[in-house]
Design a protein around this ligand. Structure first.
Ligand SMILES: [Zn+2]
Length: 272
């Protein structure tokens, strides 16, 4: 490990500092989950092609709930079959070592942190494991029904429609995920909780996120303004690397989560 990175981590470990890990699509890519941005998430309805930024919206769900669900059932099937990797496991070990001094904020909806065993997780973009009433009738969140294996060509059936109906009001259930034309909130996406965690962190450990979305960048800037240690793990430089380069105790650790996290977690006190 680079001496400067080792020194930053050792200072946090020795002072029993609080750590917030912020993870994005990069950590899941190593478990075989595509980002679904751009070509990976492209979808055809009739003769028209749609990008994820169009499919994952309230507006599209209102027009074509069946097609939006068909797209998600395919995506969720990919998530369901994926297994956590050494990067996820390193964060579980870090939580075991730090207990309440550790929080995990993730942009990923794939549930891999939960599968790996992480408990203190804020899923700021939602979680594929849940559905909720699209009409907000008061029905509590439900488990995502198991509708069997799916691929991109699996049709949407009447049985799917019934399984995705709200038991309380009979309207549509929707995926428990934040859409591109919606805002972060506390009730569904733990926005304030994530910002509170960032507000008391002594180290922000950013892993595999591009910084393209709003709340992760807010968390980065909050930590940067507070002058806390900032480590960015990513194969490519990104806006967080830029923040880290301007931080007194900042470091851009080039590499993937699997390559870098086990040693970083160990340096912070995690058992190997
Ligand atoms: Zn309902």
């Amino acid at each position: 490990m680079e001496p400067r990175l080792a020194a930053i981590l050792e200072e946090v470990r020795a002072s029993r500092g609080r750590v917030v890990a912020l993870t994005g699509a990069g950590i899941s890519a190593e478990s075989g989950i595509p980002t679904f941005r751009g070509q990976d998430g492209y979808w055809t309805i009739g003769s028209r092609h749609h990008m994820p930024q169009e499919m994952a919206t309230q507006a599209m769900f209102q027009r074509r709930p069946d097609e939006v669900w068909r797209w998600y059932l395919y995506r969720f099937g990919v998530c369901r079959d994926a297994r956590p990797n050494a990067g996820h496991r390193a964060l579980v070990a870090l939580e075991a070592a730090l207990g309440e001094r550790f929080d995990l904020v993730t942009q990923n909806i794939d549930g891999l942190h939960r599968k790996a065993g992480s408990r203190r997780v804020f899923t700021i973009h939602g979680d594929a494991a849940w559905v909720r009433c699209a009409g907000e009738c008061g029905q509590p969140r439900l488990d995502q029904p198991d509708l069997g294996p799916r691929d991109a060509s699996t049709p949407f059936t009447e049985a799917d429609r019934r399984a995705l109906s709200c038991p309380r009001c009979g309207g549509w259930l929707r995926p428990h995920v934040l859409w591109f034309d919606e805002c972060y909130d506390e009730e569904n996406y733990s926005m304030q909780s994530a910002l509170r965690a960032a507000g008391r962190a002594d180290l922000l450990l950013v892993v595999g996120t591009s910084g393209a979305t709003n709340l992760p960048m807010q968390i980065g800037e909050l930590c940067w303004r507070r002058g806390v240690a900032l480590v960015d793990v990513n194969p490519e430089e990104n806006p967080f690397a830029e923040l880290a380069s301007h931080a007194a105790r900042g470091f851009f650790a080039r590499g993937s989560a699997v390559e870098r996290l086990p040693a970083i977690a160990a340096a912070l006190g995690a058992a190997g």
